[in-house]
Design a protein around this ligand. Structure first.
Ligand SMILES: [Fe+2]
Length: 292
């Protein structure tokens, strides 16, 4: 197995490993360290069954079963289908997954370690793949914060709400998202998260506050909270934190869901098919020990 860092804000390519085979303990440790260090890992040219894919994800932690249950892979509720395709006129996947900067699962008391996507079908136009996934490095964003902001926000939490992003996505033209049912809402109540948190693999601080889900800073006057959130969100926009992944079919892409925020680019049309399988790996293990 070879790890080739991009040398940029985020990203490394991992070659010489077939994810259809079980991964050795030594390789797993290297992957975990690389995830903390580079944030976005691409395993190109993979051909994995859904069972292989689930086994790979499970090494890193328990897999989430998403609330949008109409787009689960049949028989495998841990696998979510992200697709704009239809079968017999019916959507087969969550078509508008993740446009707008966010961190998956920050709205959940139990947070996620990583996302894993397997690209089965990638749209392209004029020879260029469409539907990039973009990232921002939240280790870098934290380190780069002014000392005064770090002091003001030290020990603070922010409220994150699943409904903020869902309703924002639903408001977009052509969205397939239904309003959240009372039951779905009850299963995803708003939660408070530390604004700065220790990354479970690197042991370093990250800025854990994303525009998709963070609503307000707890225990602070509304105007001050809004002003500070606005500052944090703009701060993340610096080009030096930015990385974009251009997809190829067969990519397995794993990204750190604590130390990055991400955004899905919607530059492809309904008649340009895209099909991805997704796992959400929850942060259920002692990663500092596993990576040591
Ligand atoms: Fe996402």
């Amino acid at each position: 197995m070879r790890i080739e860092p991009s040398g940029k804000a985020l990203g490394a390519k991992i070659e010489g490993i077939d994810l259809a085979d079980p991964v050795s303990d030594a390789d797993f440790k290297h992957m975990l360290r690389a995830l903390g260090e580079h944030g976005v890992l691409c395993f190109p040219g993979q051909r994995v069954t859904t069972d292989d894919f689930v086994r790979f994800g499970r090494m890193f932690g328990e897999l989430e079963i998403n609330v949008a249950n109409q787009f689960h892979e049949p028989g495998l509720p841990e696998v979510m289908v992200l697709s704009n395709m239809t079968a017999d006129g019916k959507p087969i996947g969550l078509g508008d997954a993740g446009q707008g900067w966010h961190t998956d699962m920050s709205y959940s008391k139990d947070i996620a370690l990583a996302n894993v996507l397997y690209a089965v079908k990638v749209p392209a136009r004029d020879g260029r793949p469409l539907g990039d996934t973009q990232f921002r490095n939240m280790h870098a964003a934290y380190e780069d914060l002014p000392a005064e902001i770090k002091a003001r926000l030290e020990g603070r939490t922010a409220t994150h709400d699943f409904a903020k992003f869902w309703d924002m996505m639903r408001a977009r033209p052509g969205s397939r998202r239904a309003p959240l049912t009372r039951e779905q809402r009850a299963r995803k109540p708003p939660v408070s998260q530390p604004i700065f948190r220790i990354h479970p693999i690197t042991g370093r601080r990250v800025l854990y506050c994303n525009p998709g889900y963070a609503m307000r800073i707890d225990g602070m006057p509304e105007a001050e909270s809004a002003e500070l959130l606005d500052f944090l969100f703009r701060h993340q926009e610096q080009p030096k934190c930015f990385h974009a992944h251009q997809w190829a079919e067969g990519d397995v892409l794993m990204w750190d869901n604590v130390g990055t925020v991400h955004n899905a680019v919607a530059d492809y049309r309904a008649d340009e098919p895209r099909y991805m399988r997704r796992l959400q790996v929850m942060a259920t293990k002692d990663y500092a020990r596993l990576a040591a």
